[in-house]
Design a protein around this ligand. Structure first.
Ligand SMILES: Nc1ncnc2c1ncn2[C@@H]1O[C@H](COP(=O)(O)OP(=O)(O)O)[C@@H](O)[C@H]1O
Ligand SMILES: [Mg+2]
Length: 229
């Protein structure tokens, strides 16, 4: 039985821009189950990043509710928010947000060190995941010495290593070549097998079609489009 892990009710987000209201998300209702791999699609500016920011608690909804395993995410105290971010929900950003003073492996180890896993174990885990994104020969490079695609792969490795229950990704393969994109996607499939839930925004039609199904944002509403099954 597939269990619902995220439940979204009447979610609405309005931005005020130059004194004008921009209603980006009108009234979203959907749920995600454990072990689902879902593509989030929609034209540029349709609200994909906004939705991912709301789920990852980076922004607050104008109205509506987000439940994570029956917990209302809008009613958490600071400690609970911190806990959700460390262990439950992670976001791979569109721009990679690496720390420039840390080298590749240090950047990847960070989420584990923050939650107090041992240095040795964090190092070994990071090495392994970096080999899966083909960066074994870049462990001691600094972000500024990497190509854009390499930086993005480090960022992906850093988010994946936390192995949170829900992994959100904002166009994670946007600036990667097809072969690397496919490798990242294969890694998502591995996470799915581990019963993780992955929601990834993408413009890549081929990858979107390989998801379990697509959620498409059009005119502030969300529509489920059935995928491969
Ligand atoms: N902080 C903000 N203030 C005002 N408008 C915003 C803000 N963030 C996003 N928007 C607007 O919301 C709409 C959706 O943006 P976004 O979620 O980034 O779309 P997508 O990721 O699908 O390209 C855009 O029209 C954008 O201009
Ligand atoms: Mg976006």
């Amino acid at each position: 039985m597939n269990k619902i892990i995220l439940n979204i009710k009447n979610l609405r987000k309005v931005f005020i821009h130059n004194n004008r209201k921009v209603e980006v998300l009108k009234n979203l209702n959907f749920s995600l189950k454990k072990g689902e791999l879902i593509a989030l699609t929609g034209p540029s500016g349709s609200g994909k990043s906004t939705l991912l920011h709301l789920i990852s608690l980076m922004e607050k909804p104008t109205s509506g509710k987000i439940f994570f395993s029956d917990k209302n995410l809008n009613e958490l105290n600071d400690k609970e928010v911190e806990n959700i971010r460390k262990f439950k929900i992670s976001l791979i950003f569109q721009n990679n947000n690496l720390i420039s003073d840390l080298n590749v492996i240090e950047n990847v180890m960070l989420p584990l060190l923050i939650r107090k896993e041992s240095y040795k174990q964090s190092f070994e885990k990071s090495k392994k995941i970096l080999s899966q994104v083909n960066l074994s020969n870049r462990l001691d490079f600094f972000p500024s010495d990497l190509s854009g695609g390499e930086q993005q792969r480090v960022a992906i490795a850093r988010s994946l290593i936390a192995e949170t229950d829900i992994i959100l990704a904002d166009e994670p393969t946007g600036n990667l070549d097809f072969k690397t994109s496919k490798e990242i996607f294969d890694y998502f499939i591995k996470l799915k097998k581990m019963k993780k839930t992955i929601l990834f925004a993408t413009h890549n039609r081929e990858l979107a079609n390989k998801a379990d199904y697509k959620l498409s944002i059009i005119n502030g509403n969300i529509k489920r489009v059935n995928g491969k099954k």
